[in-house]
Ligand binder design. Structure first.
Ligand SMILES: NC(=O)c1ccc[n+]([C@@H]2O[C@H](COP(=O)([O-])OP(=O)(O)OC[C@H]3O[C@@H](n4cnc5c(N)ncnc54)[C@H](OP(=O)(O)O)[C@@H]3O)[C@@H](O)[C@H]2O)c1
Length: 265
């Protein structure tokens, strides 16, 4: 199948930030490849966006925490005859609680999805972008990328990886026509918190930093990507939170983050 116009591939498009990113890209006329596990939600979203915006939208249901997931996705994109102009690595999840008592399988699955799949998809889709001397990669990190995260230690570390990796390859790609942007949201009102079993965490009830809506985050990510920005942290309080660990003595930071995240009951 051939498409005229640009194609954005968005992982984790069945809900939350990814779904809103799909709506934003649709508004700007992109054709879409929508990836997640929950096929009915992808199909419904694809149908809605096709109808509203007269574009092509391809739902692909895949488990991206399966090590074969990225290769299968690339194969499906090839079979559809699509060229990916924008890769959005958004799929990710977290887990709340002490590391030593956590489910190890969940932690390794998180590393696989948040780090390995993101890295592999970038590696698989970059060469064609470089050949065309045109392309964009939006990697969804978090304000968690800027500090260690007691009670969500593996998650915060995966996001530190995403930010570091994105900034490094962005530098390598200068002059190639391919731009890489890291999107670093603070708390966002999505299904993320319940999936992470964060009920009772003070992170959900901080009056100074209530969760942002996913559509605002998606708009900010899209604009930053198209402007070629290195990173974007939507919201002033989130920007301060990302900056604070650099200004405070390093030894103080883990305890402060733990207090901010701990359950209030
Ligand atoms: N919400 C926040 O407070 C917040 C803050 C900072 C950063 N983030 C980051 O934003 C990104 C999106 O999260 P969200 O808040 O939008 O959460 P969400 O509503 O839970 O969405 C996560 C998306 O990832 C998909 N996904 C999860 N596991 C998958 C797998 N194994 N294979 C394929 N797709 C998978 C989910 O779809 P299926 O379940 O259908 O597969 C869903 O579409 C994540 O990377 C998250 O770390 C979120």
């Amino acid at each position: 199948m051939s498409t005229q116009g640009n194609v954005a591939l968005i992982t984790g498009a069945s809900s939350g930030i990814g779904e809103e990113l799909a709506r934003v890209f649709a508004t700007y006329g992109f054709h879409l490849v929508l990836v997640a596990r929950t096929e009915p939600r992808l199909q419904e979203l694809a149908h809605t966006l096709r109808t509203q915006h007269h574009l092509q939208a391809f739902p692909i249901a895949l488990d991206l925490s399966d090590p074969q997931g990225p290769a299968r996705l690339q194969q499906k994109v090839l079979e559809l005859g699509l060229t990916v102009d924008v890769l959005v690595n958004n799929a990710g999840f977290a887990d709340f609680g002490e590391f030593a008592r956590s489910d190890l399988a969940k932690q390794t699955q998180m590393i696989q999805l948040n780090i390995t799949t993101l890295t592999e998809l970038t590696h698989r889709f970059l060469p064609a972008m470089m050949e065309r001397r045109r392309g964009y990669v939006l990697n969804v990190a978090s304000t968690a990328a800027f500090m260690p995260g007691p009670l969500m230690s593996v998650y915060y570390a995966t996001k530190a990886y995403v930010l570091s990796f994105s900034e490094a390859i962005r530098e390598e790609l200068k002059g190639s026509g391919v731009s890489v942007t890291a999107l670093c949201p603070g708390p966002v009102a999505t299904g993320f918190q319940s999936r992470a079993e964060m009920a009772g965490s003070r992170l959900l009830t901080n009056p100074l930093n209530p969760p942002t809506s996913p559509d605002k985050v998606a708009q900010a990510g899209y604009k930053a990507l198209m402007r070629g920005q290195q990173l974007v942290i939507p919201g002033f309080v989130n920007q301060l939170q990302a900056l604070a660990p650099r200004l405070l003595p390093r030894a103080m930071v883990p305890g402060m983050v733990r207090n901010a995240a701990a359950r209030s009951h």
